[in-house]
Write a protein that binds this ligand. Sequence first.
Ligand SMILES: [Zn+2]
Length: 345
Amino acid sequence: VKDFLPYGLGDFSEQILSSPGNNEVRCYVKDCDRWLKPPRRGERGTVCPEHGITCFHSSSGNTVGYRDVRRNMIASPDLMATRIVGHPFKYESHRLGLERSEDALTWNVFRSLQEAGQLAQLAQRITGDSCGFQPYLMLWGIDCSENTFEPWDLLVQGRRRFESRLPVDRPFTEPDIAIFLPGRYLILIEAKFTSFNTAYHRGPRKNASSLTLEELINIYADDQLIILDRALATRRERIYYQLWRNLVFAEWMARQDHPDTKAFHVNLVRAEQDEESAAEFAELVRPEFHERFQRWTWEQLHQLFSPEPKLSRMRRYLENKTAGLKPAFRLSRNDSKKGAAIEQC
Ligand SMILES: [Zn+2]
């Protein structure tokens, strides 16, 4: 059964072998004796004919990429390959075949939850709303609910409201994940896998596509919004800007939907990752709305759905998942048959 998962723990050799000058590496899959050219700037590298991967090799670490993006997916691989890859709304879809792709991880987990009918349960844990209706799922602003893969109209409106006159040329706000039940709740999730939350610091613009801290606070603002404390933000030395934009968008979009729709923002990270940045950002949320911003871990999702038989494949995927060929998550890897998830100490 393991053959149907992307390569993970136990599939890669313990030892990385490279030729003098690092022009070639031996395929990273255990017991494979092919020698491959790693991708380099401007060169694609060779693909192992047995395993369909290229092997990246650099001082910053080793990782693999699949020639066929479907091989990196555990849920609806054909839909991903034909409807998401190259979608004009999706930035950087060419990265979806990479082992370290946060977007591939996102698709695999949230598409699995959707197909297993478990999104309402997750939403209940985040919002406390127990109405039980299955919510819509939007990934990168694309509606994945009915397989229409249309741009999400509320997000398009939000971009028009806040981002039609940005002072620099930069990508629009693209929430990784949205779970939305009209009239009830709207959850935007900022997912992190091998990268970390990033901040703007007080002072001049850092590069041609960044905003200043003052611009962030002034552009992503609306008199209707009450969850974030803007006055407090203006006195801060730094602000985690993706979190700021996502919470502004969540609240504004929820209000556009219905006065009763509650906005939530979740920062989904790995265990022990981004604890400080999330805690610092949470200080900007007015106390009466403290539950509207939450830090969750991928490991918690594994644990939350550990009793669900329809999600055994997703759990095995997370247990085996690697980042840079090393264990990606703090999960026990022997208890998957029992459905238990015990954090390693
Ligand atoms: Zn190979």
